[in-house]
Design a protein around this ligand. Structure first.
Ligand code: PMP
Length: 423
């Protein structure tokens, strides 16, 4: 099906046929959901050994009684795990509670209220702003929106954010004080930043406001599907370019063990960690070290963690393959949509023809298939071209995903044809 070369008669015939198919599907009263990237029950079960793993032995290797108060930085063995995941030194890692998003929130708050490493607090600026590679992660945007920090769109490319745009914006506007990045298997496009992008990012510290910080949310650092994908090390690049203070890195075990009961990590230069800890120490005496120890016992070596991720990949791989097969079969030879083929992470990002995404999501919802709201992958919920839809294959069982994708492709076809007939 090619819309651009179709005649009006053809479009009308397609509309009739697709509408009839759609009406038939609506009669099935489906109730399916491919919205958020949650691990499936099978994936969660992979880590059920966490329950009871301590067997009453609460002392960590260094003698810490994990049941008691204390240790703002987290247990050393947990920090080592974070260091392995982020490929940074243990001394530069704090192991926290269950959520990296919470750590990101606190990091933004630290910059906003107090400033990092002696720099001006962002709240004292007229219009502090973050750069947001789009499409991106809605919860990043929500943090800034809540604090009144402005959001500036930067297009994503197949190798990372459009760095010409990033450099120009950062140079011209010294009130750009942050940038969100999901550098590996980005949410939602699945793209991993390449060497040149990482190098250019590491140089932003030379041209941006001295308080500028890259929020390097490496949520999918070890979430490869089949082939292992290498993300160039941003910390190393910043050391070479003398810009170490411009980066804060985050990760967690949310999509490794139990999503709601994992361990989160933040890593940064000593100056940034000191600023973070100054804020954190008023807020907590320390994190849940018992849970940190449970994680260290489950994965005493990084190689065991990597093996565990292969079990996840075994469950996820067929689901990604199924989504990509539906898209390839339906749109491989068409002008109805574009998508990347991610090698890991949790999402497949689909771009419809301009002006169709909202209509697709509405048609799917009316047919009983819940999709992430159109626009959610953009700041303020506004996709300027109304194109992007995030597909999350992980949670539903295969049969449900299969049905949901059949409905999805039908809705894309129907919305595209109707849009062409209207214009
Ligand atoms: N960052 C990204 C990019 C994510 O996709 C997610 C989960 N969807 C998170 C952070 C949330 O991480 P956590 O569970 O550690 O708060």
């Amino acid at each position: 099906m090619r819309i651009d070369s179709a005649t009006r008669d053809q479009l009308q015939a397609w509309e009739k046929e697709l509408s009839a198919q759609y009406q038939r599907i609506c009669q099935h009263e489906l109730n399916l959901d491919i919205t958020r990237g949650k691990p499936s029950a099978d994936q969660l079960t992979l880590s059920d050994k966490l329950d009871g793993i301590l067997g009453g032995e609460y002392r960590a290797g260094d003698g810490t009684d994990t049941r008691n108060y204390g240790g703002l930085d987290g247990l050393t063995c947990a920090r080592e795990m974070g260091a392995d995941i982020l490929q940074v030194p243990t001394a530069e890692v704090i192991a926290g509670g269950n959520s990296s998003l919470t750590l990101m929130y606190h990091a933004v708050l630290t910059g906003y209220l107090f400033g990092f490493a002696g720099n001006t607090p962002w709240r004292e600026m007229k219009e502090p702003k973050f750069l947001c590679p789009v499409p991106g992660y809605d919860r990043h945007f929500a943090i800034c929106e809540q604090l009144g920090i402005g959001l500036v769109n930067v297009p994503m490319t197949a190798t990372g954010p459009d760095m010409d745009a990033v450099e120009q914006l950062v140079k011209e506007d010294q009130e750009i004080i942050g940038m969100w990045c999901v550098p590996k298997f980005s949410n939602p496009t699945g793209v991993t930043y390449d060497e040149v992008t990482v190098e250019r990012l590491s140089l932003l510290g030379k041209i941006a406001n001295p308080g500028f910080r890259i929020f390097w949310d490496n949520a999918y650092a070890i979430h490869d599907l089949e082939q292992q994908v290498n993300l160039p090390n941003l910390r190393t690049a910043t050391i070479e370019n003398d810009t170490v203070d411009c980066v804060l890195q985050f990760a967690s075990t949310s999509k490794v063990t139990h999503a709601g009961a994992g361990v989160a990590f933040v890593s940064a230069s000593p100056a940034n960690l000191a600023s973070l800890k100054q804020q954190m120490q008023a807020m907590t005496i320390g994190p849940d070290k018992v849970n940190q120890l449970r994680h260290s016992r489950l994965f005493p070596e990084f190689s065991m963690l990597k093996d565990h991720m292969k079990q996840h990949a075994k469950i996820l791989q067929p689901k990604f393959a199924l989504v990509l097969k539906h898209l390839g079969d339906a749109f491989g030879d068409s002008d109805l949509g574009e998508w990347e083929e991610p090698k890991g992470g949790y999402f497949v990002s689909f771009d419809t023809r301009p002006g169709c995404a909202r209509a697709v999501v509405k048609l799917a919802a009316d047919a009983g298939v819940k999709l992430t709201p159109a626009g959610a992958t953009f700041p303020y919920g506004k996709d300027p071209e109304d194109r992007n839809i995030r597909i999350a294959p992980s949670f539903p069982p295969m049969e449900e995903l299969d049905t949901a994708m059949s409905v999805f492709v039908l809705c894309v076809k129907l919305a595209s044809v109707r849009n062409a007939l209207e214009s």
